[in-house]
Design a protein around this ligand. Structure first.
Ligand code: TZP
Ligand code: MG
Length: 235
């Protein structure tokens, strides 16, 4: 791993970890320890996602995670809570279709920070690109117990259709990851089936339970990194 990282300048979305603090996924473990192990295994980007914590607890955890990701030269993004990202000065935010819009978020975080947007359709993806999103999370790929309200299960072919439309509309340079039910058993297949090469392919895969709920998060991340490397995505 490079020793002089510039996370915000050149993010690598290859092995994108989204956290979950719920007992069903994290169990009784310490999130900082689990994310630390995942970073040692090769996670390249971390999104802190906590739908339940009160603001004070979320700010405190975000600061701990940021100290950790900074040691690894990896960007930390905050899900939904733009104000928390601004307060702790991390590398950016990730927002869904029902959250703050990209323009509002940009005013709050500034030009130099990363804004990621979830898109489930061609229209949502193109709009997010036009609005200035720095990367897109595409999905839901497969049904998953991690997110209850996954209204749009679009499968690998749905992802590929979005990638093709992005390239066609001139947004081929916007990085993308896919999310939803991706794990070490299906990552290779997902990467192959989503690829709209040579026009556009994914820049990585985003996972929650495949790493956070793994018995050995470092090994799970290492294994995922191997799939990314085999798919010839630069790590
Ligand atoms: N957005 C779409 S699916 C999802 C999110 C945050 C959860 C994915 O979790 P998992 O455990 O990787 O299936
Ligand atoms: Mg959201």
């Amino acid at each position: 791993r490079p020793t002089a990282p510039t996370p915000a300048a050149a993010p690598n979305y290859g092995v994108y970890l989204v956290t979950d603090s719920t007992p069903a996924i994290l169990g009784g473990r310490d999130l900082v320890q689990v994310v630390g192990a995942a970073l040692r295994g090769g996670v390249t980007c971390v999104q802190y996602r906590d739908k339940n914590g009160d603001r004070g607890a979320v700010v405190a955890m975000a600061r701990r995670l940021h100290a950790l990701t900074q040691r690894h030269g990896v960007p930390l993004l905050i899900n939904d809570r733009v104000d928390v990202a601004v307060e702790i000065g991390c590398e950016g935010v990730h927002i869904g279709q029902d959250d703050m819009n990209v323009h509002e978020a940009r005013k709050l975080v500034g030009q130099d920070k990363i804004i990621g947007v979830t898109a489930s359709s061609v229209d949502e993806a193109i709009k997010a690109c036009q609005d200035g999103a720095d990367y897109l999370g595409l999905g839901t790929v497969y049904a998953t117990a991690t997110k209850k309200d996954t209204k749009s299960i679009i499968g690998p072919l749905g992802i590929r259709a979005i990638l093709e439309a992005m390239a066609e509309a001139g947004h081929g340079a916007v990085p993308t990851v896919c999310i939803g039910g991706v794990n070490n058993d299906n990552a290779a297949e997902v990467l192959a089936q989503t690829s709209a090469a040579p026009a556009k392919s994914l820049d990585g895969v985003a996972v929650v339970s495949a790493v956070i709920a793994a018995d050995d998060p470092a090994e799970a991340a290492r294994h995922l990194a191997g799939h990314i490397a085999v798919a010839a995505i630069p790590l």
